[in-house]
Write a protein that binds this ligand. Structure first.
Ligand code: NAD
Ligand code: LMR
Length: 343
């Protein structure tokens, strides 16, 4: 669960505020696409993080108002805005983590792949800049279609001689957040206790929540497994349709990335036993070079793609895993081919 919040006055010292924990507050975070539906609430959540010292907001659209507004919140995070392509390089200066939600979201009737033609070029351009100006940073890719944009980022980094697979992470935390919320509600479990690993990718049936590995252990009928799995897989579409063309999930995504960022920063900080699910380069499923599974986060990023959650799957999960492989492989290959075809 997310540990940060609004600083509160200390008891007996009404005018003082607690703004940081010991050893914390030293990380610099850049958001590329910060003026968007995800970028704005995510910026607010990061402004409240005790682990962060500086937050750089970059967007091709005007982001200076967001930066000015946020800078008035009395937390220790220093906020700066960077608007327009000329300011991209400045926004990356000293970044420990670069979060990329830049790009178009889905509208009703669109598949994730429909966004490929618009977003592939945006991710390529931004990751090229990260390779040149923040080569040691962790990169969190939110931009759709994640199943392809992470392989695109990997190819771009390879071309630049700056690829460290431990530092490139596709953000699938929203799938975990949703699985936890839906299963807690369905089973009447305390929300804070529920933890469901979600593996595969981040689009439709490539998203595979492993109910057999849910904690605390719960019994599900076959119908419940099918319904809950489908609900998690279609949750993005559920929001897109409810938004009626305005946007896709933004608030829950900002929440999910704030959780994932906190885990990444705790890993960088040397905390032991930091685990999250993420879409990373791995050998967990040998025929899929990128796969979302539980990963251990450490001082250099992904220390290990664990994958032990894939042992002892139910028959339903094993079939679903086999069925998602060709689709996920095609999305990975499409991303790789996109970069390889460029000059
Ligand atoms: P949005 O349209 O509200 O915001 C996108 C922002 O990106 C805009 O401010 C835009 O100006 C900016 N932008 C566009 N091109 C840019 C560039 N070259 N450099 C910098 N900024 C640029 O969209 P949103 O709702 O914030 O969603 C952003 C992306 O995240 C979409 O692709 C969406 O599909 C995806 N998404 C992913 C997840 C996930 O779980 N990974 C969840 C929700 C949304
Ligand atoms: C989501 O899961 O809500 C996002 O990836 C956005 C989408 O288009 O589904």
């Amino acid at each position: 669960t997310l540990r940060w919040g609004v600083p509160r006055p200390r008891a007996g010292a009404a005018k003082r505020v607690i703004v940081a924990q010991a050893g914390a507050g030293s990380y610099k975070v850049a958001i590329l696409g910060a003026a968007g539906g995800i970028g704005e609430p995510l910026s607010l959540l990061i402004k409240m993080s005790p682990l962060v010292s500086a937050l750089h907001l970059y967007d091709t659209a005007n982001v200076n108002g967001v930066a000015a507004d946020l800078s008035h919140c009395n937390t220790q995070v220093e906020v700066a805005g960077f608007t327009g392509k000329d300011e991209l390089v400045g926004s990356l200066d000293g970044a420990d983590v670069v979060v990329i939600p830049a790009g178009a979201p889905r509208k009703p009737g669109m598949t994730p792949d429909d966004l490929f033609s618009v977003n592939a070029g945006i991710v390529k351009e931004l990751v090229e800049a990260v390779a040149d100006h923040a080569p040691g940073a962790l990169i969190h890719i939110i931009t759709y279609p994640v199943n392809s944009t992470v392989p695109i980022a990997a190819e771009v980094l390879k071309r630049k001689g700056a690829y460290d697979p431990r530092k490139l992470l596709g953000v699938t935390t929203l799938d975990v957040v949703r699985a936890n919320a839906f299963i807690a509600a369905a089973k009447g479990l305390p929300l804070a206790d529920v933890d469901v690993p979600v593996v595969g990718g981040h689009a439709g049936t490539t998203i595979l929540p492993l109910l057999s590995k849910a904690r605390p252990k719960a019994a599900f009928t076959d119908e419940e497994v099918e319904e809950l799995t489908a609900r998690v897989q279609n949750a993005g579409t559920e929001v897109v349709e409810a938004m009626a063309g305005a946007e896709s999930a933004t608030l829950s995504m900002a929440y999910a990335e704030a959780r994932f960022l906190e885990a990444s920063l705790r890993g960088l900080d040397g905390d032991a036993d930091v685990y999250e699910c993420a879409y990373v380069q791995s050998q967990v499923v040998p025929e899929l070079p990128f796969f979302a599974s539980r990963v251990k986060l450490g001082r250099e990023g992904v220390e290990e793609a664990v994958g032990s959650e894939l042992r002892g799957l139910s028959d339903y999960e094993a079939r679903a895993l086999e069925a998602l492989k060709p689709q996920l492989k095609a999305s990975i290959d499409k991303g790789i081919a996109y970069v390889q075809q460029q000059q």
